[in-house]
Design a protein around this ligand. Structure first.
Ligand code: NDP
Length: 331
């Protein structure tokens, strides 16, 4: 019911290509700015593979708001040098392994968020490319029941959802309000809270057309922010997870002693902000829930966007109206 875009029925990608070319197609920018700075470069060098890394032939990638903020130059003080091949999220096939790689082998289907730290020294050669090099510890085997496009949308958002819930000390029997429940992160916070952590009550906010999706994802209470102000409602929650930038209002509806997770914007006590760290082990831990369908990837129905339409995909993401993830596939 909640599957906005069903899994593709195309057959699995053939085993790893034996020949890795020297040059590849990649989206890149050599100055900060709006989506117009992105250019499709047909001859970018395929990145070298470090000893703890695998080289992945990228089948699908996904966009995150942090890609846009980085491209606008918001993190230039700690960014990698230009030119940048953007993209943190990917799913694909391992085509080469470094000498210290322990578990992965050529042909493995993997997914992950490729930069351990999003803002501090992120990779210069990201996932919006035919190939990307990534540390083995940052990726996991792709659940077999989901396709590459669905898998690509998960890593950064689900790791953020998981890390926020962990930092908030979320556990069985607690209640939670998710601000921005229909977005990339929020759609996963709802599902993890309900299915993995066994929340007592999950409430979430979105605009009118997305309320049914919230319920379908597991929200007991779907709040239409176009007609109701959650901060004026009587209910209080053990945890408020703010994926919108409403930290000032979020703190008004948390129970005493509760936690307020804020992903963006201003933070007021007792709220706290954090920046996600990539862990392949988190994906491995959550794989059974993805494999069984208890937790579902939500791919925005305007996509997946083909690789030629990365600029259009970014423009759409930047409207702030995406449902679930904006995915790029095939690549
Ligand atoms: P998305 O682009 O997926 O969010 C879009 C969604 O936000 C839409 O579905 C929209 O629903 C919803 N939305 C917008 N305004 C409101 C509102 N006032 N109330 C309720 N819902 C609203 O973003 P992500 O989920 O990927 O990321 C959310 C934010 O968190 C971003 O700012 C991002 O940069 C940040 N972030 C921070 C991280 C960290 O480590 N600190 C990690 C990941 C994300 P509708 O159309 O109904 O308005």
């Amino acid at each position: 019911r909640c599957v906005v875009t069903p899994a593709s029925s195309s057959p699995a990608v053939a085993a790893a290509a034996t020949e890795v070319p020297e040059k590849m197609k990649a989206w890149a920018y050599d100055e900060y700015g709006d989506a117009g700075v992105l250019k499709l470069d047909e001859a970018v060098s395929v990145p070298p593979v470090g000893e703890d890394q695998v080289l992945v032939r990228v089948e699908a990638a996904a966009l995150n708001p942090v890609d846009s903020k980085r491209r606008m130059g918001k993190f230039r003080a700690t960014d990698s040098p230009l030119p940048t091949v953007p993209g943190y999220d990917m799913a694909g096939v391992v085509v080469k392994v470094g000498s210290q790689v322990k578990n992965l082998k050529e042909g493995d289907e993997v997914y992950g968020h490729i930069s351990e730290k999003v803002l501090e020294g992120p990779k210069q050669y990201g996932s919006l490319a035919e190939y990307t090099a990534v540390e083995e510890k940052l990726v996991a085997l792709k659940p077999k029941s989901i396709d590459f496009a669905q898998a690509a949308g998960l890593p950064l958002a689900i790791e953020t959802a998981h890390e926020g819930l962990e930092r908030a000390g979320f556990s069985a029997g607690k209640s939670i309000l998710v601000l921005g429940g229909a977005g990339g992160v929020g759609s996963l916070v709802i599902q993890l809270a309900k299915q993995v952590y066994k929340a007592s009550t999950v409430a979430a906010t979105a605009s009118t057309p997305k309320l049914e999706l919230l319920r379908c994802l597991g929200a007991d209470v779907a709040i239409d922010y176009t007609t109701e102000n959650f901060e004026d409602m009587p209910d209080k929650y053990d945890v408020v997870f703010d994926a919108v930038g409403q930290g000032d209002k979020a703190v008004k509806v948390v129970k005493e002693g509760g936690s307020v997770v804020v992903l963006t914007g201003a933070v007021a006590p007792p709220g706290f902000r954090f920046v996600v760290t990539s862990y392949g082990s988190v994906l491995e831990q959550l794989n059974p829930y993805l494999e069984s369908g208890k937790v579902k990837p939500i791919v925005d129905p305007k996509g997946p966007f083909p690789f030629s339409q990365v600029v259009e995909a970014f423009s759409y993401l930047e409207t702030g109206r995406a449902t679930g993830k904006v995915v790029i596939s095939p690549i």
